[in-house]
Design a protein around this ligand. Sequence first.
Ligand code: ASP
Length: 332
Amino acid sequence: MVDFIPPAARRVVVLGTGGTIAGRAASSGDNIGYTAGEVPVADLLGGIAAPEGITLAAEQVAQLDSKDMGFDVGLQLAQRCAALLSEADVAGVVITHGTDTIEETAYFLHAVLAPAKPVVLTCAMRPASSLSPDGPQNVRDAMAVAATAGAGGVTVVCAGTIHGAPDVQKVHTYRADAFASGDAGPVGYVEEGAVRRLRDWPRSGAPFALDAAEIAAMGWPRVEVVMSHAGASGALIDLLVQERASGAAAPVRGLVLAATGNGTVHHALEAAALRAQQAGIEVLRATRCASGRILPRPDDRLRDAGALTPVKARIALMLELLAVKKKAQGAA
Ligand code: ASP
């Protein structure tokens, strides 16, 4: 039986990780020369009215520039989200994050949490100290999504648009509306606090059990991204294979080839990738194109990542390798 929770008792918890949204510059006219991750998340909520019937709480999980994001913070976020979402009165979680790697954290949480309730990441392109900061409206919109009945999955909310974690990509270096969802299009929009949904909330398969102690002991599997381009060579891959053969401490376990077009790879890079695959390294091709997916061909010798971008394919491969390692250790 589901306990009845009176609407007034619903909570949205905002987890802070830093980013430009929490950035401060010396002058309000400076939107690029700021330091990211300075303003505490609780201060970012000042002056923003909670959606009706919602109480807000803030927790600082990290305070960094998301260009420096790592999966230990991702793991902390996943664990905190899982704990919070299991509480009956929590309607959803909002995460404030830098724009540079928000799509990676969103995809990681999508893959490991597969949450039924909403986990909404949001960000800003201008620092909190800006003459016209975009963070407060983005936070308000993200809260609206987190509080929406029936919302679910992992989304990124920016500039009034709701993007699904599998599809979202940062596509602009400067403009406030810096994200796009490629062919899939946005999940919807937030207009004056109301969600206008265009398609289903993003859903993923089963959650992936991440055990912090286990990961601390095993380490994250090292997966490198190597780009195919005009004039590419196999030199980088060969070096990685050599390093692994020499017994290096954290050898490469996986490679994502940022491939051209429909997953094509320069012949020299492909030859090296096949040698790496032969040496036991998992290789995945992901397209460099901003939209579309790789359509497989019967003569493909290297697996493809479908519609995943190279950075998201890297996360998928890391989790795949982690599952293999866990299984092997369990069997030993
Ligand atoms: N470098 C910043 C970050 O990702 C950029 C931003 O948030 O817009 O934290």
